[in-house]
Design a protein around this ligand. Structure first.
Ligand SMILES: Cc1cc2nc3c(=O)[nH]c(=O)nc-3n(C[C@H](O)[C@H](O)[C@H](O)COP(=O)(O)O)c2cc1C
Length: 211
């Protein structure tokens, strides 16, 4: 809109463009950012869906909660999970070279708590704790029957990463309940994945926004 006088409307630059806001640089001004404690940096980026990873070898089987999981390649289809060296499931994945990622939703929160707080060193989490082992189609590891989606994986490579191992799995099978997955997870129809904020807190998917 043409301007009648030489006066600019508030918040506008010379050409009518939005004026650039600058942070005044003052010596001794308090920093805008607070330092995030050393052990808490990962909570800034780690809010992807928490998954349940199961594996079996010989007469042993186990399942653990994993918040550190991400897709890594489309072709070939690769997924990465980060598993602590001392987890009972760790040697089962390494030796069997297979694992299943089951994707829990809100209803499975109690199962996430069990898988994520009880170690399979002494107990079989698939026996009597509410986690039902179901045969997978392409791998020997059981999937968690209560979960609405699964990725069956063959171990492609491993990478030692500090006190964890990155297990890179090739996805050889992917399955989901049709009512909860069509092109994408239907978060608005009950596929509310669990996004770990740290400690015992998760957040659920909110409204869908488009970019
Ligand atoms: C929400 C949540 C997320 C977790 N994420 C991971 C993870 O990404 N990697 C990992 O090694 N352990 C993770 N854990 C811890 C393991 O799930 C936990 O130590 C489990 O009891 C190990 O079971 P296991 O000894 O039978 O393998 C997580 C725990 C919770 C509750």
């Amino acid at each position: 809109m043409p301007m009648k006088s030489g006066r600019r409307p508030p918040g506008r630059g010379r050409g009518g463009e939005p004026a650039r806001r600058t942070v005044p640089k003052r010596a001794g001004a308090p920093p805008r950012m607070a330092a995030v404690p050393r052990k808490r940096w990962l909570r800034l980026i780690n809010t992807g869906p928490t998954v349940l990873v199961s594996a079996a070898h010989g007469d042993r089987r186990s399942v653990l909660a994993v918040a550190w999981a991400m897709p890594a390649s489309v072709d070939p289809p690769l997924v990465v999970i980060s598993v602590g060296l001392e987890r009972a499931t760790h040697p089962l994945i390494r030796r069997s070279r297979e694992f299943v990622i089951s994707i829990p939703t809100r209803d499975q929160l109690p199962l996430v708590r069990i898988a994520g707080t009880v170690t399979g060193r002494e107990v079989d989490k698939f026996a009597g704790l509410g986690l039902t082992p179901e045969p997978a189609r392409k791998v020997g590891a059981p999937r968690v029957g209560e979960c609405p989606a699964h990725l069956e994986c063959r171990l492609a490579r491993t990478h030692r990463c500090g006190d964890h191992t990155l297990f890179v799995g090739e996805v050889v099978g992917a399955y989901a309940l049709p009512r909860l997955f069509a092109e994408r997870l239907r978060v608005e129809r009950g596929a509310e994945t669990l996004h770990h904020l740290g400690g015992s807190e998760f957040h659920l998917p909110g409204p869908i926004v488009r970019m």
